[in-house]
Ligand binder design. Structure first.
Ligand code: GLN
Ligand code: ZN
Length: 763
């Protein structure tokens, strides 16, 4: 018989119950016990949802983050939160958010506020974890309380529990040392804690433990590869069986290493590494289990079950009971339940599977393998019909879009003239001063805006009324900018709920769920739109708003768009064609918008690529390929304009030393970036690489309520001018202002404009 299991389940709840419980606790509106009860209920419900599996993950639930949970299990708390009041949950939130919740006011002096732990992206997902803090003195001490409590709950519910841990090598790999010491030097201190934990599980009667080592799908140097050998040699004598789980990519040069580690089973992500499954089956010792991640844990499409059985059946024949099946990775990255999607178009819905539906698929696969396909003939036939409907649907396949893509040639991505000539023509038309000032796009999302939007959604406000409300906001933003004396204005993006959703809603080929939430970090969830079909733009999406805004002022008004790579990276995307093809389709659609804006007389157009960097593959050897099509897509979008039209792009991250050549290759006339928090240190990239076009290094940290002073901004810009010729510098904030209040934004921008004046005088 085949064994079924799951690597992890979304913890947030189908209706985001955990989010609301957390936020209410943080606001002191509910007690710690109430929060803990919600956690218990969610775990119980999710285990029941998974109960038909042979093994159910326990320990994958976290109130904030599973990596932070692991840090607490290992006793690796930052020094600054040790010895505070309250129970460990409060300390946990202090690390996660910089403060606990309950009684934060009373305790402001002693333990109210501390620096939050750094947050960063979990591999190539949009989930963010709290980075383990390490240094040469780090000590580990085992705290089994969380896992023991949850295993007890699971036992009472009759669940066959498989505890889930982050493995020791990946744990260190995820961590950061502040003192530049060698993280791996901590391994000998860490391993006894893992060994004790495994012994504890054994004493509780646990049979299998899932130990996640996704670091194995990245490029590792010899020292890290050796660490795996050391670690698992040390853990091999424990009395529980270890399933070493890898996911998110191919093992490649680490495959052999992984297969030969002294563990009892290996999980391979067969969505990303199908070809490695049979190799692993050959190399693994005869006693070891091979767990195959046959269902995509990262997307929302139905699995082609018949096609999957085609390759699973022979594998089953050769491995017999040693074959386990599961989703490719934790289902954390998928929404919970498709059945709540009542508004989703029925045809599109028939192509989808959220977490619960993926578990159904797993059961069907298991039955087919155990008892023959005939035992699940109906389910397989229904699945085949859905797959076929999607494969042939005219809503997915639009011949006109395919023809347009086929016509893309090198001229699409090339401006008529080189930057220097364009810049002259643009300067003549725009007539901007030195150190021109601008903002990144959005202005504060006021309660008036939110109110109008929700009234429009509910039908209480009609289109005309909504338009008037938005135009009022646009006028306000324009007047404020004129009063401030900014040089290139924006309309403020009042009409946009979200920079991707706004465009997705207007493009053909996109669908939207109501409850398709995925955790991004802590209580924050995102609802990625679903890119299901060939992309086209039925009509202009932004032109009327920008024209309206331009009509309110004589200053140049920037047209504001989201770029194709960002739209792609923040969506659930098709699995039936390469990402690059979907990206090219988006590029053509946004290109039409760029050209329509130009036709409408818009002289400056900004195309945001906030998410370009996060699409980078896990392995560096694959970066070049990604950057090639990503940059090409941006160029297709942007570069159809006349020399006189100035193209801006914006990226709100800081780290790009390693991709600066590709960014230069996008050939935008102006790029605005985030730099204020690092005191312009990020501009180090420009020491070695001379960026050819204009740059606006952000001088106002929009993530903070602090108002930067004029002197501070002048100082930052002077630092920038040491690296970039002053005539190519712009003065602007780090990012959009939508999360700030007007009464913060006005003084900050006043100082920014005054700083530009000072700089001009000394120029
Ligand atoms: N134009 C967008 C804004 O100002 C950019 C947001 C972003 O880069 N994340 O809101
Ligand atoms: Zn930004």
């Amino acid at each position: 018989m085949i064994t079924t299991h799951n690597l992890g389940f979304p913890r947030i709840g189908a209706q985001r119950e955990l989010k609301f419980a957390l936020e209410s606790y943080w606001k002191n509106q509910s007690s710690r016990d109430e929060l803990k009860t919600v956690g218990t209920q969610l775990r119980a419900r999710h285990w029941q949802d998974q109960a038909r599996l042979d093994f159910v993950p326990v320990g994958d639930f976290a109130f904030y983050d599973q990596v932070l949970d692991m840090s607490f299990t290992l006793g690796n708390l930052p020094e600054r939160v040790r010895g505070f009041h309250g129970d460990s949950l409060d300390n946990y939130f202090r690390v996660a958010r910089g403060r606990s919740a309950q009684n934060a006011e009373q305790h402001a002096a002693c333990c109210g506020g501390v620096a939050a732990g750094e947050m960063t992206k979990w591999f190539d997902t949009n989930y963010h974890y709290i980075v383990p803090e390490l240094d040469a003195a780090t000590q580990f001490t085992l705290d089994t309380s969380r896992l023991v409590e949850q295993l007890g709950e699971a036992r009472r519910l009759g669940v066959n529990a498989k505890p889930v841990l982050i493995g020791p090598v990946t744990y260190l790999w995820l961590g950061k040392t502040k003192d530049d010491s060698d993280k791996l030097a901590l391994l000998p201190r860490l391993l006894p804690v893992y060994a004790a934990l495994l012994d504890h599980f054994a004493a509780l009667g646990i049979e299998w433990v899932q130990i996640d080592e996704p670091a194995l799908v990245t490029e590792l140097d010899a020292k890290w590869r050796d660490a795996f050998v050391t670690a698992y040699d040390a853990l091999s004598a424990r009395r529980v069986r270890l399933l070493l789980a890898t996911y998110f990519g191919q093992l490649r040069e680490n495959l052999d290493l992984a297969c030969k580690l002294p563990v009892d089973g290996l999980h391979i992500d067969a969505i990303n590494a199908r070809e490695e499954v049979s190799k692993a089956a050959c190399v693994l010792p005869d006693s070891a289990v091979l767990s195959v991640g046959a269902i995509n844990g990262r997307n929302i499409w139905k699995t082609d079950l018949n096609a999957t059985l085609e390759w699973l059946e022979p594998l089953h024949a050769s491995l017999g009971n040693r074959l386990w099946i599961a989703p490719s990775c934790s289902l954390l990255h998928t929404p919970v339940d498709l059945t709540s999607e009542e508004k989703l178009d029925a045809e599109i819905r028939s192509w989808l599977a959220f977490a619960l539906q993926k578990l159904d698929e797993l059961s069907v696969l298991a039955s087919a393998l155990n008892h023959g396909r005939a035992s699940v003939a109906d389910a397989l036939a229904a699945n085949a019909a859905a797959i076929e409907s999607r494969r042939t649907s005219t809503r997915v396949h639009n011949p006109a879009v395919k023809a347009a893509i086929a016509k893309i040639d090198a001229t699409f991505g090339r401006r008529a003239s080189a930057y220097a000539q364009r810049a002259q023509k643009q300067a003549a038309i725009l007539d901007l001063p030195a150190y021109p000032t601008t903002t990144i796009g959005s202005f504060p999302q006021t309660s008036e805006i939110r109110h109008a939007r929700s009234q429009f959604r509910s039908g209480a406000l009609d289109m005309a009324g909504y338009r008037i409300a938005m135009e009022r906001e646009i006028t306000r933003a324009v007047k404020e900018q004129e009063a401030l004396g900014l040089d290139v204005l924006v309309h403020g993006e009042a009409e946009r709920n979200d920079m991707v959703e706004y465009f997705g809603e207007q493009l053909d080929g996109y669908a939207f769920s109501q409850f398709g939430w995925v955790q991004s970090y802590g209580s924050r969830c995102v609802k990625p739109p679903i890119l299901f079909g060939d992309i086209s733009r039925p009509k202009a999406m932004t032109v009327e708003w920008i024209k309206y805004a331009q009509a309110q002022t004589n200053k140049p008004m920037k047209g504001m768009l989201t770029g194709p790579v960002t739209i792609l990276n923040w969506s659930f995307v098709r699995d039936d064609q390469p990402r690059s093809v979907s990206c090219h389709q988006l590029a053509l659609a946004i290109r039409e918008e760029v050209l329509d804006l130009e036709k409408a007389g818009v002289r400056v157009i900004q195309i945001d690529e906030a998410a370009l960097r996060e699409g980078l593959p896990l392995r560096r050897s694959q970066w070049g390929e990604y950057l090639r099509w990503a940059v090409e897509s941006f160029r297709i979008t942007a570069n159809g304009v006349r020399d006189e039209t100035q193209i801006h792009t914006h990226m709100c991250y800081s780290e790009f030393n390693d991709i600066i050549a590709s960014i230069a290759d996008m050939d935008a006339d102006v790029i605005t970036i985030e730099t204020s928090r690092s005191d312009m240190e990020l501009l180090d990239a420009f020491d070695e690489f001379s960026y050819p076009n204009q740059i606006g290094p952000g001088v106002y940290d929009i993530h903070s309520p602090n108002i930067p002073s004029q002197e501070h901004i002048v100082g930052l810009m002077k630092k920038a001018a040491e690296r970039i010729p002053a005539e190519r510098l712009w003065v602007n904030p780090d990012c959009g202002l939508k999360t700030r209040q007007w009464d913060e934004v006005i003084p900050a921008l006043k100082n920014m404009v005054a700083a530009a004046h000072t700089l001009r005088q000394s120029a």
